[in-house]
Design a protein around this ligand. Structure first.
Ligand code: CA
Ligand code: CA
Ligand code: CA
Length: 353
């Protein structure tokens, strides 16, 4: 038989895509992969991704990543009847210049939009309502290589508000300081508070995950590993830094995973790819479901069997209470009717699935 070159290329592409992508079954079989394809009108390759701080349906995506012509593009997402992102409402519009944008793109204090710059090893900043970079600060005095990525630890997590910056080219994770300047932007004084060698990971997108998501019993962080074509999960410590010994692979088989974020409406994990120029949605995450005490796909009697004895003990300080007092869903030091009310809502499937 004769195959055209084009059909062979297509066939190889299909086989590679079909055979390689997988989710680690240790996470309970609750997650699934949805390839959202390539949003129209965003120059490739793709960089960081986030959502506009005041519009949970407006995705912001880095285009022409790493290039001087790099910019952030706004893409309105569409959702199915369950609220799951299923596509794009139309072509992208240019949102702001972001020269050399890499895998980091996130809002910070004052709704300043921060992005990492490769290979200039810097953080760029865009002020609210502006369309150009107001400031760029080099990171060479702080750590080696070039960013890479960045993320602020969200509210409700250990280390909330701390800033993490990642070196792509050396595989480093750094906790750094930030202070407001006089112009509504920020400086990053050296030295770093902590530098952790996470190589051979070549880090891009970083997102935090609460306990109660399937397979997660502790506050955790996901790191896109560009070179490994995978995303790894780590428990975090009191500063929001990854505990290396807890590393678990979440997904594999995605060439060039780049920026990452969580859908503000559903909590699902969304990441871009620098190779292939796609957006991949991992469904099965939730926004906050502490009641999922047995962290499988939902809240049911198994979770109640953990909740009930803690309710009977009441006081988180009681030595018989399970470590960390996970049934204290509102984190006030006691497992009481207030927690039960939260549990019931989750049991009825209203927030966890
Ligand atoms: Ca990159
Ligand atoms: Ca459960
Ligand atoms: Ca409580």
């Amino acid at each position: 038989m004769n195959y055209s070159a084009a059909s062979i290329v297509a066939l190889v592409g299909i086989c590679a895509a079909a055979s390689a992508q997988s989710i680690n079954p240790d996470f309970g079989g609750c997650y699934s992969i949805r390839d959202l394809g390539t949003p129209p009108g965003v120059p490739t390759p793709f960089g960081g991704v986030t959502f506009k701080h005041d519009d949970p349906d407006l995705m912001l995506l880095g285009g022409a990543a790493n290039a001087a012509s790099g910019a952030i593009y706004a893409v309105r997402v569409t959702r199915d009847s369950e609220g799951i992102i299923n596509g794009y409402a139309g072509p992208a519009t240019r949102f702001a210049d972001a020269p050399n944008i890499d895998g980091g793109l996130t809002y910070g204090p004052g709704n300043v939009l921060f992005f990492t710059r490769f290979s200039t090893h810097a953080i760029g900043q865009i002020k609210p309502g502006q369309t150009t970079m107001a400031k760029s600060v080099g990171l060479t005095p702080i750590f080696q290589g070039s960013t890479g990525s960045m993320q602020f630890v969200p509210a409700g997590y250990p280390g909330a508000g701390r800033l993490k910056v990642l070196s792509y080219s050396v595989g480093l994770w750094a906790d750094i300081n930030y202070i407001a300047d006089a112009n509504g932007t920020y400086d990053f004084p050296a030295p770093a508070n902590t530098i952790i060698d996470i190589s051979p990971i070549r880090p891009e997108g970083v997102v935090y995950v609460q306990p109660g998501n399937p397979g997660f019993t502790k506050h955790s962080v996901l790191i896109c590993d560009y070179s490994g074509g995978k995303v790894d999960a780590f428990d975090i410590d009191a500063n929001g830094d990854p505990i290396l010994a807890t590393k678990r692979n979440l997904i594999t088989g995605f060439p060039g995973p780049e920026g990452g974020t969580r859908d503000p409406r559903t909590g699902h994990f969304l990441f871009s790819t620098f190779l292939g120029n796609r957006l991949i949605l991992i469904t099965g995450f939730n926004t906050n479901c502490a009641a999922n005490l047995v962290p499988d796909c939902g809240v049911d009697d198994l979770d109640f069997q953990v909740f009930a004895p803690a309710y009977n003990i009441l006081d988180c300080a009681d030595p018989t209470m399970p470590a960390g007092c996970p049934a204290d869903l509102n984190k006030d030091g006691f497992v009481d009717d207030a927690d039960f009310s939260i549990f019931v809502v989750a049991y009825n499937g209203l927030i966890c699935n």
